[in-house]
Design a protein around this ligand. Structure first.
Ligand SMILES: *[C@@H]1O[C@H](CO)[C@@H](O)[C@H](O)[C@H]1NC(C)=O
Ligand SMILES: *[C@@H]1O[C@H](CO)[C@@H](O)[C@H](O)[C@H]1NC(C)=O
Ligand SMILES: *[C@@H]1O[C@H](CO)[C@@H](O)[C@H](O)[C@H]1NC(C)=O
Ligand SMILES: *[C@@H]1O[C@H](CO)[C@@H](O)[C@H](O)[C@H]1NC(C)=O
Ligand SMILES: *[C@@H]1O[C@H](CO)[C@@H](O)[C@H](O)[C@H]1NC(C)=O
Ligand SMILES: *[C@@H]1O[C@H](CO)[C@@H](O)[C@H](O)[C@H]1NC(C)=O
Ligand SMILES: *[C@@H]1O[C@H](CO)[C@@H](O)[C@H](O)[C@H]1NC(C)=O
Ligand SMILES: *[C@@H]1O[C@H](CO)[C@@H](O)[C@H](O)[C@H]1NC(C)=O
Ligand SMILES: *[C@@H]1O[C@H](CO)[C@@H](O)[C@H](O)[C@H]1NC(C)=O
Length: 777
């Protein structure tokens, strides 16, 4: 009887265990404990993390496995826990927060045009000439990084240029399938190109006489800091559609990103360039990049991040903490022009990246919707040149107008493939109104093709409708330099105000991000052979420009803090283009600080800013106290009355809810001449009075600090909320000593920005691909 009872017990145990286990759902959590005081060894830190984990383990199911132990600068760990275990941990005194990690939160900051290049396949391509180490001295002793071996990558792929390479895959594999090596290299090697490209922009060596595969943009490719060393931390991996067995996107998971940033800090990098960000803004303390960057700042590491490609809608900027440089993207003075000439003589500007040319004569011109297979005439997608849609009989020998729109999932390259399949001779890729006039695609198509804006598209379609014998010619693509005006802001570059804290102006600065030639190793799918350099667009390409520049400033001023370098870049930025006029947006309006923060980077000025607005790690902790995030670094105690957010010594000033008079304090440090006198000038925002006191600053030595106040008062009610700037008005104040011009933008509103949260997903597009580079000066 006894035995029977025992048996019963055992059986019920066996039966109930799986049910119990399935009730207790386990998820990946990041347990954040703050920072390290430097008194513990790595082993002791790991032991502490294990003790925390064991102390809350309810049963042995799932084990007490720690996925990542963050032990260089970040103190914390990532582990799979039940909700109850997570709750118990979060209640412990030593634990700052416990955050559930989720897949698909971060994406790469590349544009749609880039994603549509159709270059799927392949964090760095070490053989690229951009990463050769000729003439570079030995790797500094202070460097602690490693060259992590993996598939198609071993220690011999690092050199005196690429001094470190690592990859982070555990959290990705927790959420998704195990990495299938036919889709990406399980190693630091770049399977796509994004990482190689952004790395070459930041710190690529000078390589003469290179071009895009179509022979465009020929010239010297060089990174911002060609002599800087580079370390690469790969954190983004492909998503696979298991049914189609195809790559469907990319994911970069928080626990992996935090591990990479913590290692980069431990390895001893000087500058981080991060071309990825959250799709939706979250509070600073929930944003891995922001937390990782805060730890980086403690070590005076400059962190340059892409602002995002979700513009031009207001409040779309990302990477929003004041200790991060959030970079917007501009166009440069080069286009690859390939205009369309219609039979009626009208010429329409187009852009292309294909070297294929038509003969010099007019060709019949048709709209794709008019030449589809008969049963598809009524199909709403008839004009999009979907695979199999075009009738060879009606298409043969003609130039076909294929439409594209914001939600279009068919890549321009595939449209040109369809035109070619049906016997067409050329393609005009025509933007629907939702893509406007500036989202053009300089792709390398497989037949003569060009991309035209929405206005040009309307002209072409009206011409086809009105003529019985419509003909056209696509002029061969040519690199055109000296385009004016340039720079201009790219239409897709994300804009302010800052959706997490409107009282910190974002983005901070703009840098080139459209059609940037960079290293990219890949077989070209238009049959043009193997490419080594390619043009790509996105704030992903803008952030490494600033990172490269930051590395140069750091090389000149090795003791400067991260804030000092950011200040130097921001206060020397320019507001004017190559016509000497104000920088404009894609729609022709004068750009404002919500587009470019302080303005466009000026490499020649940044190393000698005259004055800097410095801020310490502690100042940023005080800022976190001010916005209510009291407990980010447990050893730091917020004062009972935290300072005003506006008093953070930041090189820009945003006031979202001005009531009456506001007085803010700033302190500048003299880094220019020994003896100098700076005078203030103000361009007050409309309807606002701005006074600086004192308005003359006298300095007697380098390193001397002087404080002043800015008094801001509304003269009258600001513009109504419905204006495009959401009720903001803009101005600036400037210190000048006759040599240096130290300018800070001001953005003021009385009502705050009327944020409209976009709840409908705007992209049915594959996410971008790539990774994160860290580079040292
Ligand atoms: C690294 O890989 C290359 C081939 O890519 C090979 O020639 C070399 O011997 C390898 N080196 C080591 C240390 O394994
Ligand atoms: C990996 O991908 C290849 C190519 O698509 C496929 O043939 C293979 O079955 C996949 N492997 C696994 C384990 O899913
Ligand atoms: C640049 O490269 C092209 C193509 O390889 C070659 O034809 C040309 O002569 C080179 N120009 C110079 C200045 O080396
Ligand atoms: C962010 O912080 C604010 C203020 O502390 C809070 O109301 C809000 O719920 C937080 N949002 C998230 C996503 O945690
Ligand atoms: C148009 O054609 C596509 C592809 O063949 C098909 O998926 C879609 O359902 C069609 N739409 C209509 C409205 O017929
Ligand atoms: C688009 O073109 C690429 C490159 O040739 C090809 O691999 C892919 O299958 C095409 N996609 C479609 C939907 O036809
Ligand atoms: C910019 O993009 C938006 C859509 O994102 C579009 O509506 C607008 O027309 C574009 N503006 C220009 C000038 O291209
Ligand atoms: C097109 O041809 C038809 C008859 O062939 C003629 O009636 C019409 O006027 C022509 N339209 C134009 C715009 O030439
Ligand atoms: C909205 O803006 C327009 C144009 O700037 C202006 O005419 C109108 O009065 C404004 N509406 C309100 C309610 O302020």
């Amino acid at each position: 009887m006894k035995n029977f009872a025992k048996l019963l017990h055992l059986v019920s145990f066996l039966v109930f265990l799986p049910i119990l286990a399935s009730c207790e759902k386990r998820e990946l959590y990041i347990v954040y404990l703050g920072d390290h005081d430097g008194s513990k060894t790595h082993q002791e830190i790991e032991d502490t993390h294990h003790r925390h984990l064991l102390s809350v383990k309810q049963n042995e199911q799932g084990g007490s496995h720690i996925m990542y132990s963050y032990k260089n600068s970040v103190n914390g760990f990532a582990a799979v826990l039940t909700a109850e275990e997570a709750k118990l941990l979060s209640e412990k005194d030593e634990v700052v927060f416990v955050a559930e990690d989720k897949p698909n939160m971060f994406s790469l900051r590349t544009t749609r045009s880039w994603e549509f290049m159709g270059l799927e396949g392949g964090s760095i391509w070490p053989e690229s000439r951009s990463f050769n180490d000729e003439g570079l001295g030995p790797v500094p002793k202070s460097w602690k990084g490693i060259c992590q071996a993996g598939i198609s990558f071993n220690s011999s792929h690092c050199n005196r240029k690429i001094v470190g390479a690592r990859y982070y895959l555990k959290a990705y594999e927790y959420f998704h399938d195990k990495l299938n090596n036919s889709f990406d290299f399980q190693s630091p090697r770049d399977s796509f190109g994004h990482g190689t490209h952004t790395a070459s922009i930041a710190a690529g060596r000078k390589v003469e006489n290179v071009s895009d595969i179509g022979e465009f943009a020929r010239g010297t490719a060089t990174g911002g800091a060609p002599l800087a060393r580079l370390a690469v931390y790969k954190v983004c991996w492909p998503l696979i559609d298991r049914i189609k067995n195809k790559k469907s996107g990319t994911d970069c998971v928080q626990a992996d990103i935090l591990a990479a940033m913590d290692d980069a800090i431990g390895d001893g990098v000087d500058v981080m360039s991060i071309s990825l960000g959250l799709d939706d803004p979250v509070n600073h303390t929930r944003d891995t990049i922001v937390i990782g960057a805060l730890h980086a700042i403690k070590k005076n590491i400059v962190v340059s991040c892409s602002a995002g490609n979700s513009g031009p809608a207001g409040g779309s900027a990302g990477n929003l903490a004041p200790w991060v440089i959030s970079v917007a993207a501009s166009t440069i003075d080069r286009i690859i022009s390939s205009p369309v000439v219609l039979g009626n003589g009208i010429k329409i500007e187009g852009e292309s990246g294909t070297p294929y040319k038509l003969e010099k004569k007019m060709y019949p011109l048709v709209y794709a919707g008019d030449v589809v297979e008969p049963h598809l005439f009524t199909n709403s997608s008839a004009g999009l040149c979907l695979p199999g849609f075009l009738s060879p009989e009606k298409t043969k020998g003609k130039i076909v107008v294929c439409m594209t729109n914001f939600h279009d999932a068919i890549r321009p390259f595939n449209k040109s493939q369809e035109v070619k399949r049906a016997g067409g001779v050329g393609m005009i890729l025509a933007n629907s109104p939702d893509l406007g006039d500036t989202n053009l695609y300089t792709n390398s198509y497989n037949l003569p093709s060009t991309s035209v804006g929405a206005n040009g598209a309307t002209t072409i379609l009206n011409y086809i409708k009105s003529s019985n014998n419509s003909v056209a010619q696509i002029e061969p693509a040519m690199t055109v330099l000296g385009i004016k005006p340039a720079p201009s802001m790219a239409n897709w570059s994300s804009t302010g105000p800052n959706p997490i804290d409107e009282d910190i102006l974002k983005p901070d600065i703009a840098a080139p991000g459209a059609y940037i030639l960079g290293a990219w190793e890949k077989q070209n799918n238009a049959g043009l052979g193997y490419m080594k350099y390619m043009m790509a667009s996105g704030t992903s390409m803008a952030a490494p420009h600033v990172a490269g520049l930051a590395a140069l400033v750091k090389a000149v001023h090795p003791t400067w803090s991260s804030a000092a370098i950011r200040s130097a870049l921001m206060t020397t930025a320019t507001l004017t283009n190559n016509l000497g006029k104000p920088i404009i947006t894609a729609s022709g309006e004068v750009a404002n600080p919500f587009h470019f923060g302080s303005g466009h980077v000026r490499p020649t000025k940044a190393a000698d800013p005259g004055l800097i607005y410095d801020a310490s790690f502690t100042d940023y902790l005080l800022y976190l106290c001010s916005i209510g995030d009291q407990k980010v670094v447990p050893s730091f105690h917020c004062p009972k009355v935290p300072p005003s957010v506006h008093d953070l010594n930041h090189p820009s000033l945003a006031i979202s809810h001005l009531r009456g008079t506001k007085i803010v304090k700033r302190t500048v440090t003299n880094v220019g001449g020994r003896k100098s006198v700076y005078r203030a000038s103000v361009r007050a925002p409309r309807g606002i009075s701005v006074k600086l006191s004192p308005n003359i600053l006298y300095f007697n030595r380098v390193g001397e600090k002087q404080s002043f106040t800015i008094t801001i008062k509304a003269k009258r009610s600001l513009r109504a909320r419905n204006s495009t700037t959401g009720g903001y008005s803009f101005g600036s104040y400037t210190w000048k000593d006759g040599i240096h011009v130290v300018r800070s933008p001001i953005a003021v509103s009385q009502t705050g920005y009327p944020f409209v949260r976009n709840t409908t997903p705007v992209k049915n597009l594959p996410r971008g691909v790539g990774d994160k580079e860290v580079q040292r000066g």
